[in-house]
Design a protein around this ligand. Structure first.
Ligand code: NAP
Length: 255
């Protein structure tokens, strides 16, 4: 069974390791880079997880290498390292082109992926470009691996992942509005958690097109229809599409 190495032991690496250890691939050995000591110290309590002496030792001791440092330090971290051309490398580093990783390290077999913290519950949908079979096998155990054939498509998924903050931002606006009308923050929060949590479950289970789901949840002439009509009339739809286009342009400019 392949050993999985991580350079960068932070939020996303911890979620992957925890998800992996509850998955059918639980017996895959895991080798962590020594930073961050607190995160690594918690993960080594899981079976088959060890901490390497340094980053090169992670590379030398694993079959599949996951790169999970922040983009700002990527070049400084990767340049001193040597990766063999036939080792599988999965980069999670936002916006970092595959070519840069190859030229800095000598790696040959490099793919990119966008796992989100939901991998911990093995409920994530994870785009993988190019669709390396080892990466697909790993991420299939953490939810649904999504093979992506070209960079332009992969970048659309990367832009889509930037919606998470806005999801909570919409809830924040709705909560503040409800509190301004007189609900307690706790009651507003409990109500919205139930509402959005249940809608998420409806979405997960349904195969219907989204406009059908919207209509199914909006009585004709009713209150839901009124809110969406006002939202689009005030430019909410345009603002959202513009924001995503802006993020996509930023991602493409960086690569
Ligand atoms: N979080 C997400 O949901 C998510 C999702 C997809 C992709 N990503 C990408 O994954 C990468 C990591 O994100 P994150 O949220 O997990 O960040 P993070 O929590 O800040 O983790 C980064 C880790 O890199 C370590 N590090 C810094 N310099 C290092 C070095 N020289 N050698 C080895 N490790 C070093 C840090 O250690 P110290 O704490 O000791 O500095 C930290 O443990 C980013 O590029 C991000 O774009 C994140």
């Amino acid at each position: 069974m392949p050993a999985l190495g991580f350079i960068g032991t932070g939020t996303i690496s911890a979620a992957i390791v925890r998800g992996l250890k509850g998955s059918p691939l639980a017996d895959w050995p895991v080798l962590l880079s020594p930073r961050n000591a607190a995160v690594a110290g918690a993960l080594v309590r899981l079976p088959g997880v060890t901490v390497a002496s340094d980053n090169q030792a992670v590379i030398d001791g694993c079959d599949i290498l996951i790169l999970a440092v922040r983009p700002q330090v990527a070049e400084a971290v990767l340049r001193p390292l040597a990766i063999s051309a036939d080792q599988t490398v999965i980069s999670l580093i936002a916006g970092l082109p595959i070519e840069a990783i190859r030229s800095w390290t000598g790696a040959g077999r490099v793919c990119r992926a966008v796992p989100l913290p939901f991998v911990e519950e093995r409920r994530d949908v994870i785009p993988v470009f190019p669709p390396d079979p080892m990466a697909l096998a790993l991420f299939s155990a953490l939810g649904q691996a999504l093979p992506v054939a070209d960079l332009a498509t992969f970048e659309i998924y990367c832009a889509g992942s930037a919606l998470m903050g806005t999801y909570f931002g919409i809830l924040e606006i709705a909560e503040a509005w409800a509190v301004a009308q007189g609900l307690s923050p706790a009651d507003a929060r409990a109500y919205l958690s139930g509402l959005f949590g249940n809608l998420g479950e409806v979405l997960r289970k349904s195969q219907s097109p989204l406009h059908e789901l919207r209509i199914a949840h909006s009585t004709q002439g009713g209150l839901n229809e009124q809110v969406f009509a006002r939202f689009t009339e005030a430019g909410g739809d345009v603002a959202l599409a513009d924001a995503l286009s802006g993020v996509l342009a930023r991602i493409r400019a960086a690569s």
